[in-house]
Design a protein around this ligand. Structure first.
Ligand SMILES: [Zn+2]
Length: 448
């Protein structure tokens, strides 16, 4: 049995690496050579919160592999304080991609194709608040503006890359116990030190992490029985200052949505569920969300599509928002659609999601459902995608190919017409973006 588990694990890891390489963005020319993307296989983050000095720092040790000689690419919004590659000190510079779609960092040293170890030191200063003898800190993300995934807080890779990640979190000088809400496995090493292991399928958009001093939140823990027999641990919580929120109501809604999703798309893909009720709209993570009450169904749906069937880049990001919005409005069917969009056709290195996904994208899914009605409609394909493609980040082209194969009906012309256009044209549709309304850091800070 153990051998079987080991073999399964090795096979799935090998598959993840293969998928990473086939979805890695192309290298590009920079002065003196090429900037090359890397496959990160392991990233260990030591995160130290010094409560006396009111400072936090991160030491990241990243095992990576490049396929070409060149300047290796990574990203971190904060400028690194020091870096080394294979033990040699280096520096890094921030540059734009040739299409100006995004900004990233490259080392100032050409390295040979192969396996390397990158070490990065940074200060953690974003979304952190030191309170009497404790700290409130979170790594909340957004896909609606640039560089708002893990790279907002820690050195990380682009979203295509699945990386086995660990956190070693130390609260130095803590007067009270810190509580950690996260979608990884937490081991308490001592009163103030915690090790967190995240599943190897996680990417830069997967991790939910939030720590507060004990007593700052109200929480309810329970388990949900999956249709596959697992007892899935669940925590629902909110800040003590969230007036009017009800844990029982949050629990009931979580249970209702969980059963709806399992009956439509099969066993819940993740080993735990974490729900923080806060903010306006919401954001999804693997088996977790920070959301207002009204968006809870939408956000948990994303544990199947977005954080289950995952986008490998910005041009695939609209698919899951279109599907989630299609669910929110009751899976409507239409037989014709006017207008077009460029949801799939932003510049190559784009990392963010086109907001037309919530409106035009939803209508496009309604249209596909109508077109495929005689073949069972769109939901049977979604279930198939969860079965076949869960945890394999994909391009929109992969999605189109899977759909074509599944129905044996050509759909690429529809995607081309409605999603590979040059602009969003459908004057009758308003862009709905309340679900993932972009919260500023100041707004997020209020919910720490
Ligand atoms: Zn969404």
């Amino acid at each position: 049995m153990k051998l079987f588990i080991l073999l399964t694990l090795l096979t799935s890891l090998a598959f993840a690496t293969e998928n990473d390489f086939s979805h890695m963005p192309k290298s590009f020319a920079v002065s003196g050579g090429k900037a090359v993307f890397a496959d990160f296989s392991q990233a260990n983050y030591s995160i130290n919160y010094d409560l006396n000095a009111k400072k936090a720092s991160v030491l990241a040790e990243i095992k990576l592999e490049t396929l070409e000689d060149g300047y290796p690419i990574f990203d971190s919004v904060s400028a690194p304080e020091s870096l080394s590659i294979d033990g040699e000190s280096v520096s890094a510079i921030e540059i734009s991609t040739p299409d100006q779609a995004t900004t990233l960092r490259i080392l100032d040293k050409v390295i040979k194709a192969g396996k390397h170890t990158l070490i990065v030191n940074i200060s953690l200063t974003t979304l952190i608040e030191f309170v009497d003898g404790g700290v409130k800190s979170a790594f909340w993300t957004s896909d609606l503006s640039e560089r708002k995934f893990l790279e907002r807080y820690l050195p990380a890779n682009f979203e295509f890359d699945q990386v086995e990640m660990t956190f070693l979190v130390k609260f130095i000088g803590a007067k009270a116990k810190q509580v950690i809400y996260t979608n990884g496995i937490v081991t308490e090493l001592d009163d103030n030190t915690f090790k967190i292991n995240y599943p190897a399928y996680y990417t830069a958009s997967s991790i939910f992490f939030h720590t507060v001093p004990q007593g700052a939140t109200s929480e309810l823990r329970f388990t949900l029985k999956s249709i596959d027999g697992r007892e899935i641990p669940v925590v629902v919580y909110f800040s003590k200052t969230s007036f009017g929120a009800s844990l029982e109501r949050l629990k009931d809604k979580t249970i209702e949505v969980f059963h709806e999703l399992e009956s439509d798309y099969g066993p819940f893909p993740h080993p735990s569920i974490t729900v923080l009720q806060a903010g306006s709209g919401g954001m999804e993570y693997c088996g977790a969300t920070m959301t207002d009450f009204s968006a809870l169904g939408h956000e948990l749906f994303h544990s199947y599509f977005a954080r289950g069937v995952m986008p490998a880049n910005g041009n695939a990001g609209w698919l899951d928002e279109a599907l989630a919005s299609w669910r929110d409005d009751g899976y409507q069917t239409i037989s014709s659609l006017s207008g077009s969009s460029r949801m799939s056709a932003h510049p190559y290195y784009t990392r963010i999601t086109d907001r037309a996904a919530y409106s035009f994208g939803e209508r496009f899914m309604s249209y596909l459902d109508g077109k495929l009605k005689s073949k069972g409609g769109l939901k049977v394909f979604m279930r198939h995608m969860v079965d076949k493609k869960v945890f394999s980040p994909l391009f929109v082209e992969d999605f189109i190919q899977e759909m074509t194969n599944f129905y044996d009906v050509p759909v690429s012309e529809d995607f081309k017409k409605y999603t590979f256009g040059t602009e969003f044209t459908n004057s009758g549709l308003k862009i709905k973006s309340q679900i993932h309304r972009k919260m500023s850091l100041e707004e997020m800070q209020k919910f720490l």
